[in-house]
Design a protein around this ligand. Structure first.
Ligand code: SF4
Length: 170
């Protein structure tokens, strides 16, 4: 951040965010072991009758200074490819701790950030994992957030292929 001559502040780097996800997103505060995590997830399964799933894609083409969400500036395809692989690994990991098909999923939402920065290959890979690990037959709404600048025919086809029912523009 720089103070410029007229007293205005120039936002030229990303500030640390202390938003409504803090401190739960800080692993230094809550570091559950596998047994503890398994207990939490299975306890939640025992009480839930339906479920809504949210997937966060924390990359944006431009950073808005007012935005409280977890996000970072999209720099290259490599970073988003690595994030997609990590997301799929996390789904696989959680599936070893809890039966992800035990509770019917009614709604899914991909938000951000800007999920429409995922490539068609990223979308296919995530979609394949969702269909493998969750029972998608009960999903009534599958929403995906778009920025208008990243709409392409290839992305739209990939999203239709994995079962997205609602494109959300913001
Ligand atoms: S999530 Fe939306 S509002 Fe927030 S920085 Fe990204 S584009 Fe801007």
């Amino acid at each position: 951040m720089k103070l410029v001559n007229n007293g205005l502040v120039k936002f030229d780097y990303q500030f640390p965010l202390y938003n409504f996800f803090f401190p739960s997103q800080s692993m230094s505060v809550f570091r559950p072991g596998e047994t503890q995590l398994s207990d939490v997830l299975n306890g939640a399964n025992a009480k839930a009758t339906t479920r809504a799933l949210y997937f966060h894609i924390p990359f944006c083409e431009a950073i808005c200074s007012f935005c409280p969400f977890t996000r970072g500036l999209y720099k290259n395809e490599e970073a988003i490819n690595r994030y997609t692989k990590a997301l799929i690994k996390e789904i696989e990991y959680k599936s070893r701790l809890v039966d992800l098909k035990a509770v019917p999923v009614r709604a899914m939402f991909f938000g951000g950030g800007t999920p429409s920065l995922l490539s068609p290959q990223n979308i296919n890979d995530v979609g394949e994992a969702l269909h493998r690990f969750f029972d998608m037959s009960t999903v009534e709404e599958f929403s995906f957030e778009f920025n208008i600048t990243s709409v392409t025919r290839e992305r739209s086809v990939a999203l239709a292929d994995i079962g997205v029912t609602h494109a959300r523009f913001g």
